[in-house]
Every structure is written in C-alpha cells, then in structure tokens.
Write a protein that binds this ligand. Structure first.
Ligand SMILES: Nc1nc2c(c(=O)[nH]1)N[C@H]1C(S)=C(S)[C@@H](COP(=O)(O)O)O[C@H]1N2
Ligand SMILES: [Mo]
Length: 311
C-alpha cells in the first residue's frame, strides 16, 4: 500500500499550528523532521537513539515492539500475534463510517488516508499489565478524521470496532473476549491533538501483529484503548462499553487513563517495567507518571472528575 500525502511540511505555516508543533517537539512527542511529505511509508527516519533533544526516552527495539504483543484475535500469549497474524489480509481494507455524522458508508482505507497528513510521533505506551514501551508511530490525527466525517452536535463519543473474521483471526473461535474487540473515546479525547490514527511504526507500515492497517494510539491511556485493525467508526450520543469493561467492569473502566494512584484490583499501577533493548524480566522498573507523562496536554479534559471513580 502506498500512502499519498498531498500536504508538505512547509505548507503548514499557520502560526498556531507551528507553535503547537513546537510544543510537541519540545516534549519529545513528535520529531523535529517528522512530518512526512513524501509519498510512501518506505522512508528513512532520522536515527532516534541518541537524538535526546527530541526524544525523552530510549526507544524500545523494533524487535521487542513487534514480537511482544497483545492481540487476542491471534492468541493469548505475547508471542502468538507475531507468529499467527500473517493470516490476516490487510489489502484492500474498508472502513465503515456511520452513526451521528454526515459521511456515511464504506470507504477504501488508502483513499481515506490520502486526505490526511502523516506524522511520526514517538510515544510512550503503557500497558495495563504494568510494562511499557517507547515507539515511533506514524499516523494522522483522529481529529482530522472526525472533522472529515462531519459529526452532528448530538455526537458525544467515537466508537471503534476491530475486524470480525474467525477464518483470518483464529483467536475469535475462542471466547476470551466478546468479539469484535470494541473501544470508544469521548469527543474531546478524540479531538485531542495527541490522539493518533496509526498506520506505521519504525518508518514502515504497521506489521499485522501491531494492528495493521489502521489502529488507534491514545498515549495517556492504558494500551488496551489502542484498538487494532479497525473496520468500523461510529459516532454515538451515549458512552459505549469497551471490550475490557464488558469482561471485567470492576477492573477496567471507560477512561483507562494511566494513573499511578489508582491500582488495578489485582496489582499496583505505581511502577512499570520499561522494555527498551532486548526483552527481559530485568528491564528497568520505573515510576509510572500520571497520564503517562502527558498531563500538560490532557489533564484539563478531566478537571472536576473523580479519577478514582472514573477509572
Ligand atoms: N483488536 C485488538 N486490539 C488491541 C488488543 C487486542 O487484543 N485486540 N490488545 C490491546 C492491548 S491490551 C495492548 S497493550 C495494545 C498492544 O499493542 P502492541 O502489541 O502494538 O504493543 O493493543 C491493544 N489493542
Ligand atoms: Mo495492554
């Protein structure tokens, strides 16, 4: 698949966009030369390892990020997705848009992507199981996609579903999760500039095990919000129930904001095992940060909410 992109870096001249990009660069969220102006994802990225000016944390190796996965559609173990996910056919890929919005119906993913500007963003990813990675993702802002869909004023939530096809996804023959995998965001969370619809990582297309060809990345929330292999986007007036909430509502909520002060009922969320170079049980254990360290960009959305109640 080729990702055509009509926008060029130098065309983004608007002062406000420029300033907010600068903010993101300073925080290490996007790389300085990260807006992709070329025509495909087969691009060379700047070496990140020692580029500490732009990247706050050491990157996780590509090997770890693509072989230690959660993708229950392809098995329950961390190694199963990279072994089994080749059975999923990702081209062509159709997205169904519906609910409370103007744009309705099926759209080819490649066509859809050509409307948006791709960026690389280095984000921390914190799994609810208390491990984390630092990954250079590639994608476009969900905010841009929401605007493209023209939701009505009644739309308060964005809802996503993963592909349901047990022939391609053998894990769906089991009952670990009520299929298809489901997720949702409040509209302001969807419009937040950090929220990324992701099509690539490490400068390449997403591997199947990481959620090809399109997945969500919400860096201030636990990893399970990052629904993979999306085929459906709906605009709703009521808060949807996500997959993990459906399985165990006392353990997993709708918000799933990374919060070191609210423990999972069965384990602490105060620290995390940071996986960097070479996965091992001895990878460094570090303190988990409120909102995974992205509070400056997202804390305002939760003012006045009791985050122990809305976990
Ligand atoms: N469809 C689907 N999406 C999913 C999951 C899944 O099992 N199925 N697992 C989630 C969990 S728990 C995590 S931590 C992240 C892992 O993403 P990664 O494998 O790319 O690191 O994907 C999330 N998205
Ligand atoms: Mo997770």
């Amino acid at each position: 698949m080729k990702f055509k992109n009509t926008h060029k870096d130098h065309e983004v001249t608007d002062e406000k966009i420029y300033q907010s990009r600068r903010q993101l660069i300073k925080a290490g969220i996007i790389g300085g030369a990260s807006v992709i102006s070329g025509s495909s994802l087969a691009l060379t990225l700047p070496k990140h390892k020692n580029n500490s000016k732009f990247v706050l944390d050491e990157l996780t190796t590509e090997k770890d990020a693509t072989t230690y996965n959660n993708f229950y559609e392809f098995g329950l173990s961390k190694s199963a997705p990279s072994k089994n996910a080749d059975s999923m056919k990702t081209e062509p890929w159709t997205i169904q848009i519906g609910g409370l919005c103007e744009k309705q119906g099926k759209v080819d993913l490649e066509k859809l992507i050509s409307n948006f500007q791709l960026e690389e963003r280095v984000y921390r990813m914190r799994c609810v199981e208390a491990w984390s990675m630092v990954i250079p993702w590639m994608g476009f802002k969900l905010a841009d996609l929401v605007k493209y869909c023209q939701p009505s004023n009644a739309a308060k939530y964005v809802y996503f579903e993963t592909l349901y096809d047990p022939k391609q996804m053998p894990g769906q023959n089991g009952r670990s999760i009520p299929w298809p995998y489901r997720e949702g965001l409040r509209m302001d969370e969807a419009m937040n500039e950090l929220t990324l619809m992701t099509v690539g990582m490490y400068g390449k297309k997403l591997p199947n095990q990481n959620g090809a060809p399109l997945r969500l990345i919400v860096p201030w929330k636990y990893g399970f919000k990052g629904i993979k292999s999306i085929v459906k986007i709906n605009f709703l007036d009521k808060q949807p129930i996500n997959s993990w909430q459906a399985i165990a509502p006392q353990e997993y909520g709708f918000y799933a904001n990374v919060n070191p002060k609210v423990d999972h009922p069965r384990w602490s969320q105060a620290t995390e095992r940071r996986i960097t170079g070479g996965f091992s049980l001895f990878n460094s254990r570090i303190k988990t940060q409120m909102f995974n360290g992205y509070g400056d960009y997202v804390a305002d959305m939760y003012k006045g909410m009791d985050l122990a109640k809305f976990y």
